[in-house]
Ligand binder design. Structure first.
Ligand SMILES: [Zn+2]
Length: 203
C-alpha cells in the first residue's frame, strides 16, 4: 500500500468493509502518514455518527487533527480550506448521494481524498453512496474483520439485535460474520397493541 504515497495530484482512495474490519484505523494510519509528510490534512465525518463526536486524531509527532462533523456533503465541501492537500472522510456511507460529486470535485482540484465506509448494510445491500464511490475511486481497499463464529475472514455486519432500520448505531447490535456464517436477520415482532373488540361506551 505504500505506493499510495507516490500519488501526484488529486485522486480518491476508498477503504471499504464491514464493521470491526479496521476501516477507521486504516484511514487514521494513512492520515497520520500525510501529517508526518507535512501535508495539509482535514478530516470530516457525518453528524449522524455522534459516538466519537469530540475525537481528536493524534499523529505520531503529536500534531492533532480534529474530525469536523458535518450534516451534508455540501457543508463538507464548503468547509474544505484553501490550500488543503489531503481530505479524510470517515463513515462516508452515511452521507447523501452528493458526496460522490464532492469527492470528484476535490480530487479534480488536486486533493488526495481518503474515505472509509461500510460497503454493505446488515441485509448485505450496498450502502448509500458506496457503490458509486467504489466505481469512481482510483484505489479501493476491502478490509475484513474476524468472523465471531468460525474465526475466518468476515465480510458482513450481522445484526444481532434491534429493529429493521438500515441505520442502527451501536457496535453491540452487530457481529462480524463470514459468508458461510451470515444469517438473515429477523427482528423480534413489535409488541402488538391490545385489540379493542368493542366500541368504548360514549360518555
Ligand atoms: Zn464464519
Amino acid at each position: 500500500m505504500e505506493s499510495l504515497d507516490s500519488y501526484r495530484g488529486g485522486w480518491i482512495e476508498i477503504i471499504a468493509g464491514g464493521m470491526f474490519s479496521g476501516k477507521s484505523e486504516e484511514l487514521i494510519r494513512r492520515l497520520r502518514r500525510s501529517v508526518i509528510a507535512r501535508q495539509r490534512v482535514q478530516v470530516f465525518k457525518p453528524l449522524i455518527d455522534d459516538r466519537y463526536s469530540t475525537e481528536d486524531i493524534v499523529s505520531r509527532d503529536d500534531r492533532r487533527l480534529k474530525a469536523h462533523s458535518v450534516a451534508t456533503s455540501a457543508e463538507l465541501l464548503a468547509r474544505v480550506e484553501i490550500g488543503m492537500q489531503v481530505v479524510g472522510i470517515d463513515e462516508i456511507q452515511f452521507f447523501d448521494a452528493g458526496v460522490v460529486d464532492v469527492c470528484m470535485q476535490l480530487a479534480d482540484a488536486g486533493i488526495r481524498v481518503i474515505a472509509a465506509g461500510l460497503d454493505q448494510d446488515y441485509m448485505r445491500r450496498p450502502f448509500g453512496p458506496m457503490p458509486a464511490l467504489l466505481a469512481v475511486a482510483e484505489d479501493v481497499s476491502k478490509m475484513h474483520a474476524v468472523c465471531v463464529r468460525c474465526r475466518g475472514a468476515a465480510h458482513y455486519s450481522q445484526r444481532v439485535s434491534g429493529g429493521n432500520a438500515q441505520v442502527e448505531v451501536g457496535d453491540s447490535a452487530y457481529e462480524a460474520r463470514c459468508r458461510a456464517c451470515y444469517e438473515l436477520y429477523k427482528s423480534a415482532p413489535a409488541e402488538e397493541p391490545a385489540v379493542q373488540l368493542t366500541m368504548p361506551a360514549s360518555a
